[in-house]
Write a protein that binds this ligand. Structure first.
Ligand code: TZP
Ligand code: MG
Length: 213
């Protein structure tokens, strides 16, 4: 079982080939794991299924060696085939109970939420953790909803008894505010996998996060 689970205090990294400065996925993930990141999500929107499975098997091997948690975005089948620790779904993906029926009792299921009703429903549906966002505006995701702001994060952290991960537009300059408003776990794409020096960025993000508590 991975040492750190979503919701615990840490950086949660999401991969994205469009924002990785042209570096191969393996190089980016090795840098993240080498810097101590213990939650990595595979997010890929363009490759064919076979190629995605190959990448996921590689990431499964790397994260297992590093005792890190490996989560697959959207694709339940891919998560099962790659023996991921978890799968992350959105409000418009397959419903959590149906995902649970496919993945079994042990795989983590993360559910994105954007409003109180969704967060309140998450536990009953069987989610293990919830995404809270987008906190700020982001251009990284195409079909993204309007920013939910720090108020929603505050509300979730006070009212919902599930681990949460904050996401969307989080960067070194605002991560302390996100931490201050209740996020122990912050999820980033561009300001992490897009950093020229990933270990230095991880250290800076952690330091900034700590300053918010
Ligand atoms: N889900 C909500 S916002 C988002 C996702 C996948 C994109 C986050 O990327 P960034 O670059 O950290 O804003
Ligand atoms: Mg999704």
């Amino acid at each position: 079982m991975p040492r750190i689970l979503p919701g615990e205090t840490d950086i949660y990294a999401i991969t994205d080939p469009n924002f990785s400065l042209g570096r191969p996925l393996e190089e980016v993930v090795r840098a993240l794991l080498g810097a101590g990141v213990r939650i990595v999500q595979y997010r890929e929107k363009k490759l064919k299924a076979g190629a995605m499975l190959e990448e996921c098997r590689l990431l499964r091997r790397l994260t297992r060696e590093a005792n890190a948690c490996f989560i697959v975005d959207d694709y339940v089948d891919l998560a099962i085939l790659a023996e991921a620790d978890g799968v992350h779904v959105g409000q418009e993906d397959f419903p959590v109970p149906q995902v649970r029926a496919l993945v079994g009792p042990d795989m983590l299921i993360g559910l994105s939420t954007h409003k109180p009703e969704q967060a309140e429903a998450a536990r009953g549906l069987g989610a293990d953790y919830i995404g809270v966002g987008p906190i700020y505006a982001t251009h990284t995701k195409e079909d993204v909803v309007d920013p939910v702001g720090l108020e929603y994060l505050d509300w979730v952290s006070r009212n919902i008894d599930l681990p949460l991960v904050a996401i969307g537009g989080i960067k070194e300059h605002n991560i302390a505010d996100v931490a201050r408003h209740g996020a122990r776990c912050c999820c980033l794409i561009t300001d992490l996998v897009g950093a020229p020096d990933i270990p230095a960025k991880v250290a800076a993000l952690r330091k900034a996060m700590q300053s918010g508590y």
